[in-house]
Design a protein around this ligand. Structure first.
Ligand code: KG4
Ligand code: ZN
Length: 357
């Protein structure tokens, strides 16, 4: 075990400064500093505030991760970092820090994709990811169905993480955040809707299921749309307020959550069936949602599909996921990234590892 490489991963794509340390598949430390409280009063992440917070938190978070793991920086065999997608200024702090570490330590650097890292993290909890597997990636910025044949992107055709569908408007997490705001719940809204929904009736209101009509399915079988749902919730709440009746927050939260989860799970299982894939991985911040986890387990079991969802703390942004993907890169002998590695705010999901240009 101990001769497996020690990989340090850095995550700064949004508002969490994450530093994870893994040895092989073993998670040794997952240190996080969040600037979420500084953004809450704006109802969304303020990029400039996030970048400054990363700058302040980076060195203490690295030190905390090393202390927890009981290792010294000199023990690190490779450094991995999220180089996209995400907020440009925030990514730059992580990328610059990772380069400095790699250069100072004389160790290889792996610039990896944030979205693939959300998938790779599950190997730390449930063992190596089966390939092929179907990944439902649901976060604040993305909602995608991915066919994963090589999580390092090193497939025979240079691929390995291939999109089957994605949202055509809002991401699932964005919908949670916007609906939470409408209901007067704090930012980020996902966990608050999740909590409020536990007291509510999920069939109280029949909210629309986006891109699910027969006609939509012809063109958008594996795509998602959540903006119509968000508008439907807004109209419903407005009508209630106009009538002078109180808004039943728990029922609205539960019915909205049901509509989101229903579409996500149905399309994910349809995509798996269409590819003959029997393993479904769910990752990203929204995968922390309790109803999504329960519904996916239940419906997948009926179809004989195995579901893997990391524990909630590994679903939301963290450094362990970056270390988990970095350590897979090392294990599979992928060529490290060049030290002129850029930050790429709109990095496509298919670009899993930064290579020399
Ligand atoms: O993956 P993530 O931490 O950051 C991005 O890469 O975007 O995802 C953050 C998103 C937010 O929109 C947040 O509201 C949502 O994940 N989220 C949840 C839950 N926990 C976090 N959504 C629904 N239920 C939750 N329990
Ligand atoms: Zn994320």
């Amino acid at each position: 075990m101990t001769d497996e490489p020690l990989v340090l991963g850095i995550e700064t794509s949004c508002d969490e400064t994450g530093v994870g340390i893994v040895r092989g598949r073993t998670l040794l430390a997952d240190a996080i500093a969040s600037s979420v409280e500084q953004h809450a009063r704006f109802g969304g992440v303020v990029p400039e505030v996030a970048s400054r917070a990363h700058l302040e938190a980076m060195v203490p978070t690295i030190e905390r991760a090393c202390a927890t793991a009981g290792v010294a920086l000199a023990d690190v065999d490779a450094v991995a970092v999220t180089h996209g997608p995400g907020l440009a200024g925030a990514l730059l702090v992580g990328v610059a820090s990772a380069k400095a570490l790699a250069l100072g330590l004389g160790k290889p650097l792996y610039g990896v994709n944030h979205l693939a890292a959300h998938v790779a993290v599950d190997r730390l909890e449930h063992g190596e990811l089966p390939e092929p597997c179907l990944a439902l990636l649901v976060s604040g910025g993305h909602s995608s169905l991915l066919r994963v044949t090589d999580i390092t992107g090193g497939g025979t055709d240079g691929g390995g993480v291939d999109p089957m569908g994605a949202t055509i408007d809002d991401a699932a997490g964005e919908a949670f955040d916007k609906v939470a705001r409408l209901l007067g719940l704090p930012f980020p809204g996902g966990p608050h809707i999740d909590r409020a929904a536990r007291e509510g009736d999920r069939v109280a209101i029949d909210f629309p299921r986006g891109l699910s009509s027969r006609r939509d399915l012809e063109r958008h079988r594996f795509d998602f749309s959540f903006s119509g749902l968000k508008t439907a919730v807004a109209r419903w709440v407005e009508a209630r307020e106009r009538s002078g009746e109180p808004v039943p927050v728990a029922d609205v939260a539960a019915s909205f959550q049901e509509a989101v989860c229903d579409v996500l799970v149905r399309k994910a299982l349809d995509a798996a069936a269409s590819e003959g894939i029997e393993d479904l991985m769910i990752g990203g911040g929204v995968a922390a949602n309790s109803r999504l986890r329960a519904m996916a387990e239940e419906r997948a079991a009926e179809l004989g599909v195995r579901v893997r969802v990391p524990r909630p703390g590994l679903c939301t942004d963290n450094g362990a996921m970056v270390a988990a993907l970095g350590s897979t890169m090392v294990a599979r002998g992928r060529t490290p990234s060049p030290l002129d590695l850029p930050a790429d705010s709109s990095l496509p999901v298919t670009d899993v590892l930064a290579v020399a240009r």
